[in-house]
Ligand binder design. Structure first.
Ligand code: SAH
Ligand code: SF4
Length: 367
């Protein structure tokens, strides 16, 4: 059996790994041992798994591998942010960003190569959709970061929080997302609590309901506009799932997790969605709901004509929301010098992307 035919155990959550062991005539508890070796003890082969018999280790060698994502580059920002570009075949790559902050280490991971949803202010959207990442490729980003980054002062792995805010729409890769979440949550692998994992979506409503039923991690929703007319232009999926339907799904989701807040992301685009009238409409949508707003200063990228709102406009927008009793924050832009900020991730390895960007006419909305 050559390596491409072998099963990559990195992407198997407990139940799938138990099935794998049953298939080779082994007891299910082996799955728990192997999960710990791969995800907690950084094994990249079976030789080191000394609590497995020699014959089992050679059986594993014949049928399985532990294949990590292959880094093409690593860049470190002056602010401590680290960005990796991982190979994803056919001249494509995905990006992963580590953001250290006092008391936590957040890893921003990708779920797809490119994205089909084509939001008009997003570099990943401009690239178009290439393919879904496998579960191994999703979880592999966390596994890789924990291997190469120094452990925390208390000896724990570097990654304490995971946000699905890299490239791609996680809810459009639902099956692999769920398997990855299973691994992130399980005590035999990463043991992160639901609070420490955030799935960010542009608003695929049926999948929001499903996620609420199946897993119920923290949810962030890319709202970006307070009315359908404007949102239809900025976030085209809104034409299928308009704001009222989306918000209903959010409140149902929040109720399933004892009223924990949903975060609404709102990219601040100069003269497009940043007026006080927009803030008023936004407050009307979210007042008295389990909602907080995270304003994201737009991060420009080449070939796109939107501009970032002025700092004082963002300040006034946020102050207005707070006066209306809505918890709101403005995201600090991190890793600007290495193009690691939100929406700048485009896996810049191929000229194809640049070509597409220059062909594309930016749609500037003015509602
Ligand atoms: N597809 C998911 C998650 C990835 S994008 C989603 O859309 O929610 C993560 C966040 O970055 C989203 O809120 C997205 O709208 C935002 N974003 C995209 N392009 C951006 C840009 N150029 N500047 C700032 N934020 C951007
Ligand atoms: Fe896709 Fe999210 Fe970018 Fe929209 S903002 S194109 S959903 S990655």
């Amino acid at each position: 059996m050559n390596n491409t035919e072998k099963v990559n155990l990195l992407g198997l959550p407990q139940s799938a790994l138990e099935n794998f062991f049953a298939g080779i005539g082994e007891k299910p508890f082996r799955a728990r041992q192997v999960l710990q070796w791969i995800h907690q003890r950084n094994a990249d082969g079976f030789d080191v798994m000394t609590d497995l018999s020699k014959s089992l280790r050679s059986k594993l060698d014949e049928s399985a591998v532990i294949q990590l994502p292959k880094p093409l580059s690593e860049q470190a920002s002056v602010d401590g942010t680290v960005k990796w570009l991982f190979e994803s075949g056919a001249g494509q790559a995905v990006e992963t960003v580590f953001i250290p902050e006092p008391g936590r280490g957040t890893l921003c991971i990708s779920s797809q190569v490119g994205c089909a949803l084509d939001c008009s202010f997003c570099a990943t959207g401009a690239q178009g959709f290439n393919r879904n990442l496998t579960t191994a490729e999703i979880v592999g980003q966390v596994n890789y970061a924990n291997r190469v980054l120094p452990a925390r002062p208390n000896g724990e792995p570097a990654v304490t929080n995971v946000v699905f805010m890299g490239m791609g729409e996680p809810l459009a890769n639902f099956r692999n997302l769920l398997a990855a979440l299973d691994l992130l949550l399980s005590d035999f692998s990463y043991g992160l609590s639901r609070r420490r994992i955030t799935v960010s979506t542009s608003g695929i409503v049926p999948q929001i309901h499903k996620l609420g039923d199946e897993c119920n991690v923290s949810l962030a929703v890319s709202l970006h506009a307070p009315n359908d007319e404007l949102r239809n232009q900025l976030v085209p999926i809104n034409r299928i799932h308009p704001i009222a339907t989306l918000l209903d799904a959010c409140w149902i989701y929040a109720a399933k997790r004892a009223n924990r807040f949903i975060t609404f992301e709102y990219v601040m685009l100069r003269d497009v969605n940043d007026s006080l009238d927009h803030a008023r409409q936004l407050a009307d949508l979210l007042r008295d709901k389990p909602a907080k707003i995270n304003l994201i200063p737009f991060n420009p990228f080449s070939g796109n004509e939107f501009r970032r709102s002025h700092a004082k406009v963002i300040g006034a927008f946020q102050a207005f929301l707070r006066e209306q009793g809505i918890v709101s924050t403005t995201r600090k832009t991190r890793g600007d010098d290495i193009d690691a900020a939100c929406g700048q991730l485009a896996g810049k390895v191929s000229d194809r992307i640049r070509n597409r960007l220059s062909e594309k006419k930016t749609k500037v909305a003015t509602a």
